[in-house]
Ligand binder design. Structure first.
Ligand code: FAD
Length: 291
């Protein structure tokens, strides 16, 4: 199918983009990499009357280190994140996640901000964002605010963004000492999206016990979630295989898993536990090697 007719706008500045999206309200949509929105438009599941193409706002394409944080412009592509040597050293979870997304064409066009704003329940980025307690900067004609990832994903393709807000940057905490990251996913055999995707950061104390663990899970429920029960179960413990297995058994606690033709809710919950155990083990191995 071809999309319904729309008017195409190319703002030259962020301010102009914010004015346009405020002006058109529900009739307007931002276009970033277009790799989620355009397929929806072609299927006529989305029919915006005004398309506001922000892809040329080059000021929103950057990766910067700021104190203990890494700040990434919303228009930074998955590929740029995947190939960033700064991120490989300072926040390896992000390149690990980026390389799991789609194929090279998708990674060359799709953007971090677009993926987070789209909030597909099977997208990869939300797992890393909730695991690391990322913050998203939302800008509109009336001001700007930082929204924590824990409050950003509200449900199926629903976010805390107010009408007229544009995500301009995302801030992630850098990798502390004695820490390791891991992102592992069970790919849907047709779409490649996450049936279950688990992002983990483990920090060990000086004796090698788990000082803290952060676990974000995507694909399993209508929105990515932080697996707090896993984190609590492993905190302060020695990261033995048995303790990791026990902690991972809580990966779907309190979660209403979704089911579909490929994976029942029960199977998704099972995958969440299996991939959490594997991701914890991989992160612990990296944290141990960094001590
Ligand atoms: P767009 O499609 O341009 O926009 C998506 C939505 O977000 C729109 O509603 C738009 O208005 C809004 N939006 C965009 N930017 C902003 C902003 N800065 N502020 C506020 N709202 C904004 N994703 C995965 O996670 N894992 C996969 O395995 C995967 N496989 C894929 C395979 C294929 C074949 C395709 C086509 C896509 C796949 N994707 C996958 C999705 C891909 O990662 C998209 O790039 C991403 O989800 C959306 O980013 P985008 O920049 O293309 O956003």
């Amino acid at each position: 199918m071809i999309p319904e007719p729309f008017e195409y706008h190319v703002p030259k500045t962020l301010e102009e983009a914010a004015q346009l999206i405020a002006q058109f309200g529900e009739d307007g949509k931002l276009l970033a990499g277009g790799h989620s929105l355009l397929p929806l438009m072609k299927l006529r599941l989305a029919s915006p009357k005004h398309l506001i193409d922000i892809a040329r706002l080059d000021g929103l394409r950057y990766i910067n280190e700021k104190d203990a944080y890494i700040e990434i412009g919303a228009l930074t592509t998955h590929y740029r994140i995947e190939s960033s040597s700064l991120l490989k050293e300072k926040c390896p979870l992000l390149p690990m996640t980026a390389r799991e997304i789609g194929d090279v064409q998708v990674r060359n066009k799709g953007t971090l901000g677009g993926s987070l704003a789209h909030a597909d329940p099977a997208a990869d980025w939300p797992a890393a964002a909730v695991a690391l307690d990322a913050e998203l900067k939302a800008v509109s004609t009336t001001g700007e605010r930082w929204v924590p990832a824990s409050k950003f994903f509200m449900g199926l393709m629903a976010t805390a963004l107010n009408p007229g807000e544009i995500v301009t940057a995302i801030r992630f905490p850098a990798l502390p000492a004695r820490s390791g990251d891991a992102y592992l996913k069970h790919r849907h055999p047709a779409s490649g999206f996450a049936v279950a995707g688990v992002a983990v950061r483990v920090t060990l104390d000086e004796k090698g016990a788990v000082e803290s663990a952060r676990v974000g899970i995507t694909g399993v429920a209508t929105a990515a979630y932080r697996a707090s029960a896993v984190e609590e179960a492993i905190q302060g413990k020695s990261p033995t295989a048995r303790n990791l297995l026990h902690a991972a058994s809580h990966a779907a606690d309190g979660v209403e898993a979704t089911g579909d033709l490929y994976a029942s809710a029960e199977y998704r919950s099972h995958l969440a536990r299996v991939y959490t155990e594997r991701a914890l083990a991989a992160a612990v191995e990296r944290a141990t090697a960094s001590r």
